[in-house]
Structures are given as C-alpha cells and as structure tokens.
Design a protein around this ligand. Structure first.
Ligand SMILES: NC(=O)c1ccc[n+]([C@@H]2O[C@H](COP(=O)([O-])OP(=O)(O)OC[C@H]3O[C@@H](n4cnc5c(N)ncnc54)[C@H](OP(=O)(O)O)[C@@H]3O)[C@@H](O)[C@H]2O)c1
Length: 314
C-alpha cells in the first residue's frame, strides 16, 4: 500500500505521515514548496522517487501545487500510489473574502484535478471539507444529510470542492473536519497559549461553537476509514463540542494560567468573514463504519498540550 499525501507539511499532513510510518505504510509526501532550495532538492530525485524506499521511512516532501492541472497527473503517473489523501488547502478564512480566486483554486479546482486522476487510476481519494459549509442556525449538531449554506467565501470554496470531487471521482471520501489542532501549523489552541504569555486578561467568543479536533486522532480514523472502502461523506471530529471561550478556558486551565478570561460576543473581534454560530457536527455513521468514536475534545486537548510540552523539552 502506498499513499500519496498532498499538503503534507500542514497540521493533518504531518500527523498522517507519522501514522503511516507507525503502521509501516509507504507514502509519498508532497506540498507546495515555496523555498527554491527545497524544490531543487526534490527535483534531483528520479521519477518514482518514493517507491524504492523502505515503506514509510526516509520520505522527503516533494513539490506539488495541486492547482497545476498538468503536474498533478504527471507525478501521480510516476509514483503510482494506491490512494490519495488531499490535505492541501487554503485555510485563511478572512483573507479568502478578498483573495477568493486563490481560495477556489486551492479548495475547489485543485481537488478536482486530484479527483480526475484518481478516477483515471481507479484509486480512492480522501478529501477534507469543513463545518464552515453550514450557516450555524440549526441549533443542534449537523448531520451529513443537512443542507449546507456557507456564510463565507472560504465555506463556499470548500463546498464547491466537495461537489467537484464527488462529480469526478466514484471512489471518494469527503470528510468534514472542524477546529483542527496539531503540531504542524498555527491553530487556535497555539494562539491562546501565545496570548496567555503576553497578557493576564483574555476574551473568548461564547457565540461560536464547534468540535475542536486533534490531528493525531483524525489521522488514525482516516486510515481506518480508508481500509473500509465505504466511500462517501462523513463528519469526522473529536467527540463533544465547545465554544471558542470554553476551548480557550480549558486550555488555560490545563497550563495553570493565572490570568482571567471573559466570555464575550464574537462581534468584539474584527473579522472580514462571517462564521457560523453553532456548527458542531454529529459524526453518525462514523462509529458504525470504523467501530469507534474519536475521543472527547477535552481528552484530545490534554494530549496535545502534553505533546507541545514534550516537543519543547518541558
Ligand atoms: N485548520 C482547521 O481548523 C480546519 C477546519 C476545518 C477543516 N479543515 C480542513 O482540513 C484539511 C487539513 O487542514 P490543516 O489544518 O492540516 O491545513 P494546513 O495546516 O493549513 O495545511 C495545508 C497545507 O496545504 C498547503 N497548500 C496550500 N496551497 C497548496 C497548493 N496549491 N498545493 C499543495 N499544497 C498547498 C499549505 O502550504 P502553505 O502553508 O505553504 O500554504 C499547507 O502545508 C484542509 O482541507 C482544511 O481545509 C481545517
């Protein structure tokens, strides 16, 4: 089994690589490499660059921009994977309001390029979407059959990506994630930790609620889901849900912060994009498909904070 990972340097991409290594699964890691020396190191490798390595060991991230219609089929024909996992995304929710063309290229048309080639190669494609496809007015967790109605350009670009992937690829998994945190990139939990070092008084929005989710748990479930062959749409999140205020409060409690945090309305923070108020998602029928639910977000958060501590040598 060889898995082709795009956006491999991001939060989820990094933990998927680790989970593949843990399971002895061979993988090809690719991302849009902006640094020219990284690109040069990658281009010196022969075609089929990961196939002659021990499964899951020593892989180096190679350059692939998923919006490049010609590069995508070329590298996939060379590497001949058994499945594609698309972790590449444009996640700058506020910036996407202006820079919407880039958001649509990365979140809709890049996934379309991958969907076309995965159909041609008859291999599964796992693609990720978001809770931001919902308007947040339902008042209870969204089911997979609930009608999306995105409020932002980011949400629209992710929804259109879902549609293009399912149009072009019969073996697709579309997994909606929310409030992802992991070591590989900046996220809300890391921002809270940073702010707590700079001030003794913080504010958290109590009117934005979703499911904080840890990339370590997501990576495990993604590979388990791939093994089932039960293609389709899923909501994949940690169990439970929280407001941004509750997530920040729990984070600060776990690091014994001595300051105070106050619940406020999200309108106190300036932002270009509108976000859903309550976009928690119900994961039915994930448990019925892979046999378990993901751990509760509080448990996931505690393990993430331990991981940060370990990585920083604390
Ligand atoms: N983060 C969240 O809270 C959240 C919430 C809901 C859903 N999701 C979805 O979950 C998935 C994984 O998210 P994540 O948090 O792991 O994302 P991430 O950390 O932002 O990683 C995305 C990766 O994709 C790369 N990328 C950007 N444009 C690309 C392109 N044209 N071609 C190839 N790679 C490209 C990024 O590189 P640069 O960093 O250099 O741009 C980055 O390494 C995404 O589909 C995301 O939309 C995330």
């Amino acid at each position: 089994m060889k898995i082709f990972i795009t956006g491999a340097n991001g939060q989820l991409g990094q933990d998927l690589q680790k989970e593949c290594k843990r399971r002895g699964i061979d993988f090809v890691a690719t991302d849009v490499l902006k640094n020219s020396s990284q690109r040069a190191a990658c281009s010196t490798r022969s075609s089929g660059f990961a196939s002659n390595q021990e499964p899951g060991t020593g892989n180096r991230t190679c350059s692939l921009d998923i919006t490049d219609l010609h590069a995508v089929p070329k590298i996939l024909a060379e590497t001949k994977p058994d499945a594609i996992i698309n972790c590449a995304a444009y996640n700058a929710v506020d910036k996407a309001e202006e820079d919407w063309k880039t958001a649509f290229m990365v979140n809709s048309f890049g996934p379309r390029n991958l969907a076309i080639i995965s159909e041609e190669l008859r291999i599964p494609l796992i693609h990720f979407s978001t809770d931001a496809v919902f308007d947040g007015t339902k008042g209870s967790p969204y089911m997979i059959w609930d009608e999306p109605n995105p409020l932002s350009k980011y949400g629209q670009s992710k929804l259109f990506g879902e549609r293009l992937v399912s149009q072009h690829c019969t073996r697709s998994f579309i997994l909606r994630l929310s409030w992802v945190f992991g070591m590989g990139n900046i996220n809300f939990v890391k921002k809270v930790l940073q702010w707590s070092k700079e001030t003794a008084e913080l504010k958290g929005a109590y009117d934005q609620t979703s499911c904080p989710s840890y990339t370590v748990d997501l990576a495990r479930a993604i590979l388990d889901l791939l093994n089932t062959g039960a293609y389709g749409l899923y909501h994949l999140t940690s169990s439970g849900y929280a407001s941004k205020y509750e997530l920040a409060q729990e984070t600060l409690k776990l690091v014994n912060w001595k300051g105070t945090i106050t619940p406020v309305k999200s309108s106190e923070f300036e932002s270009a994009a509108q976000r859903p108020e309550f976009s928690a998602m119900d994961s039915f029928p994930l448990k019925e498909t892979i046999g378990y639910e993901l751990p509760h977000w509080k448990d996931a958060l505690a393990r993430f904070l331990q991981e940060i501590k370990r990585e920083s040598g604390g």
